[in-house]
Write a protein that binds this ligand. Structure first.
Ligand SMILES: [Zn+2]
Length: 425
């Protein structure tokens, strides 16, 4: 196994226990907390330059994508499909609003960053089977990167995910399992399967590795590049606020880690942005916990929203998300599906952007805070559209009760409620 000079150790986010990164790791062996990748920051400070030649050269050549930040990522050969360095678009209407278009990533969502790095590390470690419970888009991204790496992908997602997620899994050749339940049910099944494999003495190279959000250290590490990127794209300065649609919350957690690292490296200074976690009223565990000043969330019952990526009834990293909201002076806000749909249409018609329902949960909250006067149109805000609206054509059309004109045999369901079950045939 190749040495990994840059990673000093993995550190538990809860009890600060240190674990070696020489072999694949999942959770803290002492307390089951999520593990963070830690580097020797003094050594990095001497070698990593924010204006280094590689970064300068790549400023005009975007093909490096998130790997332009290779100086602050594990020193391994990337499995890349061109993820990262997505556009930062200035709003046509609000001078301070910048929309970070993560729909430009491979497989159309921000999930490409985390799974790009997690699959890169899996290949480095020689893992042969990766399994993931997903609300949809993580499954698509894993399927693509596993195919690129020549590794088997086992994906478990609710049977009513957007059709694109199902199609991508099949097209990329993954082992696709559609579950009658939520991501929490998928996570339980993956855990049970792995336990069965271990109990039945399945050969070690055939045992699945659980690549779930926050249950291994490298998805956060890939997503931290969103923090580096937004600061670089604003001329190495912080915005006043960051608006982030929050299902599992890994993007928020990764960005906060990036800010901490950039400050240690002297790449940015000043007041960190207020972090806003945006959810849908049909699944708002973080909003509930935030409003009740609780350190962790409670399982949100009967999760139901067409913002499929926000149907995470109890995020594993809830304690980290809530801590970041409190530390930054931000907050958690939920919008209902009707308001989210209105916001999709508003930004499409007035800005030329087809947002995902998750992204529109963020714009809906932004508009709400503008109206209440809590935000001014000139406040510098970076708002993430976490995925391309085109990945949700079936669900958005269904929410709009839209079908093709003159359609004799409708191929889209028109009468199912939002979030209803569409079983792929
Ligand atoms: Zn721990």
């Amino acid at each position: 196994m190749k040495p990994m000079p840059q990673i000093a150790f993995l550190e538990c986010s809860r009890c600060n226990h240190h674990v070696s990164a020489d072999t694949p790791q999942t959770l803290c062996p002492l307390c089951a907390g999520s593990l963070y990748v830690r580097y020797d920051m003094d050594a990095l400070k001497r070698t990593a330059r924010r204006e280094d030649p590689a970064a300068r050269a790549s400023a005009s050549n975007t093909s490096l994508g998130m790997w332009r930040y290779a100086a602050v990522l594990p020193d391994v050969a990337p499995v890349t499909l061109g993820e990262g360095w997505t556009p930062m678009l200035q709003s046509k209407r609000y001078p301070g609003l910048h929309i970070k278009e993560e729909g430009a990533n491979p497989t159309g969502t921000f999930k490409a960053r985390g799974l790009g790095l997690a699959v890169t590390m899996a290949k480095h470690y020689g893992l042969e089977h990766l399994a993931v419970p997903s609300a949809g888009n993580a499954a698509s991204a894993l399927a693509a990167y596993a195919a690129a790496a020549g590794i088997a992908a086992h994906i478990f997602m609710p049977q009513d995910v957007p059709f694109a997620n199902y199609l991508e899994g099949i097209v990329y050749g993954a082992d696709v399992n559609m579950i009658d339940g939520l991501i929490s049910d998928c996570a339980r099944i993956v855990g049970e399967r792995i336990k069965q494999q271990k109990d039945s003495s399945t050969p070690i190279n055939e045992v699945w590795f659980d690549i779930s959000t926050l249950k291994e250290p490298f998805r956060v590490e890939g997503k931290k590049t969103m923090g580096y990127e937004l600061v670089e794209q604003l001329g190495w300065t912080y915005p006043d606020a960051v608006f982030y649609p929050t299902g599992g919350g890994v993007g928020l957690i990764g960005m906060w880690k990036a800010f901490e690292e950039m400050e240690a490296l002297g790449w940015v200074s000043g007041k960190r942005p207020k972090m806003y976690a945006l959810q849908a009223a049909g699944c708002e565990p973080i909003v509930k916990a935030f409003e009740q000043h609780k350190p962790t969330s409670e399982f949100f019952p009967n999760a139901d929203t067409f913002a499929a990526g926000l149907r995470v009834p109890k995020p594993y990293g809830d304690y980290i998300i809530l801590d970041i909201l409190a530390q930054s002076g931000g907050k958690a806000i939920a919008s209902d599906d009707a308001t989210i749909l209105q916001s999709i249409l508003d930004y499409a018609r007035n800005e030329g952007l087809f947002l995902s329902p998750e992204g529109a949960a963020a714009t809906a909250a932004y508009d709400q805070l503008l109206k209440s006067g809590e935000l001014k149109p000139t406040d510098k805000v970076v708002l993430f559209n976490t995925g391309a609206g085109l990945k949700y054509t079936d669900m958005t059309a269904e929410a709009m009760h839209l079908r093709r004109p003159n359609e004799k045999k409708p191929t889209l369901p028109t009468s199912l409620p939002v979030g209803g079950i569409i079983t792929p045939q």
